[in-house]
Write a protein that binds this ligand. Structure first.
Ligand code: 5GP
Ligand code: ZN
Length: 114
């Protein structure tokens, strides 16, 4: 998609602090972190929301979680714990319409989330 912020980050048109990438996945620090560790993990393929997932996206979505595990270990937060969040559509607070997994850690999380 041409007018998608995260596609522009993927294509290097907007700078970001990239912390991980492979063939299918890109991860970068959130510009407005809500925790000491706040990484956004996206599929390189543009998919707007979880509602737009198709069966053949399943492996890619699985890879987002594998990347999260890897990044959590790099930050040494895997034993203390961390939170993975996907917001879908407006009521959940989605503001960028390119699927992204939030990896949040380095502080105690509250439940239920606000
Ligand atoms: P959402 O609200 O859609 O679940 O999350 C979007 C996230 O993208 C927010 O946490 C926001 O801080 C982050 N964000 C928005 N614009 C940029 C940007 O230009 N660069 C980076 N690295 N993160 C961004
Ligand atoms: Zn996109």
């Amino acid at each position: 998609m041409t007018d998608c912020l995260f596609c522009k980050i993927r294509d290097g048109q907007i700078p970001a602090e990239i912390v991980y990438q492979d063939e299918d996945v890109l991860a970068f620090n959130d510009v407005n972190p809500q925790a000491p560790v706040h990484v956004l993990i996206i599929p390189k393929k543009h998919i707007a929301t979880i509602n737009d997932l198709a069966t053949d996206n399943a492996a890619t979505i699985g890879k987002l979680y594998l990347a999260a595990k890897h990044i959590a270990a790099e930050h040494k937060i895997e034993d203390d714990g961390y939170r993975l969040v996907v917001n879908c559509n407006a009521m959940a607070g989605q503001t960028v319409y390119h699927i992204h997994l939030h990896l949040l850690g380095g502080r105690r999380m509250n439940w239920p989330p606000g």
